[in-house]
Design a protein around this ligand. Structure first.
Ligand code: SAH
Ligand code: SF4
Ligand code: F3S
Length: 430
């Protein structure tokens, strides 16, 4: 029996896709291994969203080839780099490539790639892998991709090219999968989509889906990522607010604060509209945890433009933010229309400054929870610092460290006693 090792880069959708790949390969008689050393086939499920994601993969391919020079292991590249870069990757010492919609062809590709380098990267309008039950990792959380693809074409982003058009699974299908997951012991599902709230099952929207999934008995928590600000009607906010199982955490990518930059990015909202959405969310969910994604140094971004991003960060007070330097991606609208003209040192200056500001805000937000009683679900026994502590998460998706013995999946009422910018510390509430 051939053994396959798979390494995953990029977003949660890729984590999920690797679980899909494992099932497809197992059904074709392959065995999945946990280390590259004893594998016959090495797979890398890749990300192409920024240039350094690409660089990492190229280095890893060479590292693998070097380490396993003597034996004839096959190396395959999967995922977004394949659809984004395609044949350009054939110079690498690899045997085959398969894009995000090509995984059902993998067993055939692996078989045939013994002779020639093979590429399958055709995107599909319909593939959702609804018929493949992922090989999930044990734990409390199961990912479910409820929609795939993106139709938005933000000017900086490769995802619409790498992942193709939007398509959704049906509500009954997702509910049935959730029921099975609960029977298997998972107590949380995270609904995934490149624009998860653009979900559309023949007119049934994301709010309908959330409501349906929340009816599943035994399920404790529902998370979702990533929503786009353009699809946030009041109805959706109310469903999240009124439903105890749906976590009060919203990841709401801002990208930039300047209206001029937002327009060039094709984000379809202005700073004012974004702020109004935050207000609307907070009016229904006063304790909501908000996180965001931000890009600094988009082409033509001036210091004044950048300060607008800073102003939004200061005004909203996000609990956390993922901040990126603009990375020009071949084939995107921004790459075609605008020179990548913000110097690297300037991008660095902006990202360092904004991360610093955000860190202080995160710390303040976290310290404000001290003395709160919160519901924590334990995810891991032992932490980096101490084998005697456990790690879990609150509703807001914040990491919480607790002393003492618990078990994974245990639901603990805990009192927050201290915080850093990254974690809360707690003790079981009396
Ligand atoms: N679908 C999600 C984002 C997916 S990509 C959404 O619309 O919110 C995740 C994040 O990577 C984006 O939110 C953006 O902040 C960042 N990103 C995407 N393309 C980028 C680029 N070319 N350079 C730098 N950051 C980028
Ligand atoms: Fe990329 Fe925009 Fe689509 Fe998000 S919405 S995946 S940023 S194109
Ligand atoms: Fe990367 Fe593809 Fe996800 S480009 S962020 S792995 S959708």
């Amino acid at each position: 029996m051939k053994r396959v090792y798979i390494e995953t880069y990029g977003c949660q959708m890729n984590e999920y896709d690797s679980e899909i790949v494992k099932t497809i390969l197992r059904q074709s008689g392959y065995h999945i291994t946990e280390t590259p050393d004893n594998a016959d086939i090495l797979l890398m499920n890749t990300c192409s969203v920024r240039e350094n994601a690409n660089r990492k993969i190229v280095a890893r391919v060479h590292e693998f080839r070097h380490a396993f020079q003597e034996n004839d292991k096959q190396i395959g590249i999967l995922g977004c780099m394949v659809t984004n870069l395609g044949e350009d990757l054939l110079d690498l010492p690899i045997n085959f490539m398969a894009g995000p919609d090509s995984y059902k062809f993998l067993p055939g590709l692996i078989e045939k790639a013994k002779k020639d380098k093979l590429v399958h990267k055709k995107l599909s309008r319909t593939e959702t892998y609804a018929d493949i039950y992922p090989t999930r990792v044990d734990g409390i959380n199961a990912w479910i991709a409820v929609m795939r693809g993106c139709n938005n074409f933000c000017s900086f982003c490769v995802v619409p090219y790498a992942r193709g058009r939007e398509r959704s699974r049906t509500i009954p299908d997702i509910v049935a999968e959730t029921e099975q997951l609960v029977q298997e012991g998972f107590i949380q599902v995270t609904l995934l989509g490149q624009n998860v709230n653009s979900y559309d099952d023949q007119g049934k929207n994301f709010a309908d889906l959330l409501q349906a999934v929340s009816q599943v008995r035994g399920l404790q928590r529902i998370r979702f990522t990533s929503p786009h600000p353009k699809d946030f009607p009041l109805e959706l906010i109310e469903v999240i607010a009124d439903n105890a199982k749906i976590c009060n955490h919203i990841h709401l990518p801002l990208q930039a604060g300047s209206d001029r930059i937002l327009r060039l990015m094709r984000r379809t909202y202005t700073q004012k509209q974004y702020m109004a959405l935050v207000d609307k969310i907070r009016s229904k969910m006063p304790n909501v945890t908000l996180s965001t994604d931000i890009i600094v140094g988009f082409p033509t971004e001036t210091w004044q433009d950048y300060l607008q991003t800073e102003a939004v960060v200061n005004t909203v007070g996000f609990d956390s933010a993922f901040i990126f330097k603009y990375s020009e991606r071949k084939g995107t609208l921004a790459a075609k229309k605008y020179a990548d003209d913000v110097p690297e040192e300037e991008k660095t200056r902006r990202i360092v400054r904004l991360n610093d500001i955000q860190k202080n805000i995160s710390l303040k937000k976290n310290l404000a929870h001290v003395n709160d009683i919160q519901t924590i679900i334990i995810e891991q026994l032992g932490t980096k610092k101490s084998p005697d502590d456990c790690q879990g998460r609150n509703q807001g998706n914040k990491l919480v460290i607790l002393p003492g013995k618990h078990h994974v999946g245990e639901i603990v009422q805990a009192k927050i006693t201290d915080a850093t910018a990254h974690v809360l510390k707690a003790i079981p509430a009396q």
